[in-house]
Design a protein around this ligand. Structure first.
Ligand code: C2E
Ligand code: CA
Ligand code: CA
Ligand code: CA
Length: 279
């Protein structure tokens, strides 16, 4: 029995240890990445109708790891979310996006709001709103040039706290969007209580829109719901003209996806803003 126990330990312990080491290693590396400037932002346009009307940009974080190369946010954001590291990363993203807005304004570009993705843990952190208002002041920007995207699940964690934070954001003129909408379980009464402006239809529904009745119905339902609540709908992950046309017929207003633009470095986004037809 003793022998068997030792064998088991040899089989399982190293594996578990390596998971722990990997995670801890990545966490450590993210701290270093912040210090060494390995993160950057790419910007994906949000369009109204067609490619020539860009009404906003979404900032997406990129990590250029010195050895591993590009690491996807899908692989490191969830780990960062397990600790206050996500707050540090979120603050870096906010600072970088607003710094970029300030630079673009200085060279005379017509600005559009930049959306940043914020985790629930960060949203309800005491420093969140003061940090943002401090940065808006420092870069001499109106809150109207900032948008916060939060996923639906966040809303269910601490609703009263969410409402308070969102009201403070609204007082600064910041737009609030619910990301990946349709994948969580928020009830309509929750939605009504929250001062949100935009619903982003999750790309899994957009992807199957027109192909499967269920997904088509979900898209339609979200668009109608949004209209009744006087919210804007954005379809994310639009990859084909067919999807865009169908969503347009359903009354969707704003689009984002590879069919229009892929995420791009700030220099390319600046070129687009330069050519952008404004309303
Ligand atoms: P998300 O916020 O839902 O962002 C949309 C993701 O879909 C992005 O992936 C974007 O590049 C990708 N995408 C856009 N259009 C299309 C399309 O037409 N087809 C397909 N297949 N994909 C498309 P990305 O940049 O890899 O980001 C993945 C996720 O990581 C984001 O999902 C978001 O949850 C998270 N993330 C990214 N940047 C940040 C950040 O700065 N902070 C936080 N907290 N999370 C972030
Ligand atoms: Ca997003
Ligand atoms: Ca999304
Ligand atoms: Ca997503």
């Amino acid at each position: 029995a003793k022998q068997k126990g030792r064998d088991n330990a040899q089989v399982f312990a190293p594996e578990m240890a390596s998971v722990v080491v990997k995670k801890f290693g990545l966490e450590q590396e993210m701290h270093e990445a912040l210090e060494l400037g390995q993160f950057s932002l790419e910007y994906q346009p949000k369009v109204w109708g067609d490619k020539s009307h860009i009404i906003g940009l979404e900032a997406l974080i990129r990590w250029h790891h010195p050895v591993k190369g590009r690491v996807s946010p899908v692989d490191f954001i969830p780990i960062a979310e397990e600790s206050n590291l996500i707050t540090k990363i979120g603050e870096w993203v906010i600072d970088e996006a607003l710094k970029q807005q300030n630079r673009w304004r200085k060279i005379g570009l017509k600005l559009v709001p930049v959306a940043v993705n914020i985790s629930g843990r960060h949203l309800i952190h005491d420093d969140f709103v003061p940090y943002i208002s401090g940065k808006l002041k420092a870069y001499e920007l109106s809150g109207a040039l900032l948008e916060i995207e939060i996923t639906e699940g966040v809303l269910l964690q601490d609703i009263e706290r969410c409402i308070a934070v969102m009201k403070a954001l609204k007082a600064l003129n910041i737009t609030i969007s619910v990301d990946d909408f349709g994948t969580g379980y928020s009830s309509l009464s929750y939605l009504k209580r929250l001062p949100i402006d935009v619903l982003k239809i999750d790309q899994s529904f957009v992807d199957e829109c027109g192909k499967h009745t269920e997904d088509t119905t979900i898209c339609e339902t979200i668009i109608h719901l949004a209209r009744n609540l006087k919210l804007v709908t954005i379809a994310e992950g639009v990859e084909t003209q067919e999807q865009a046309e169908l969503l347009n017929q359903m009354g969707c207003q704003v689009y984002q996806g590879y069919y229009f633009y892929r995420p791009m470095p700030s220099s390319e986004a600046a070129t687009l803003l330069h050519e952008n037809l404004s309303f």
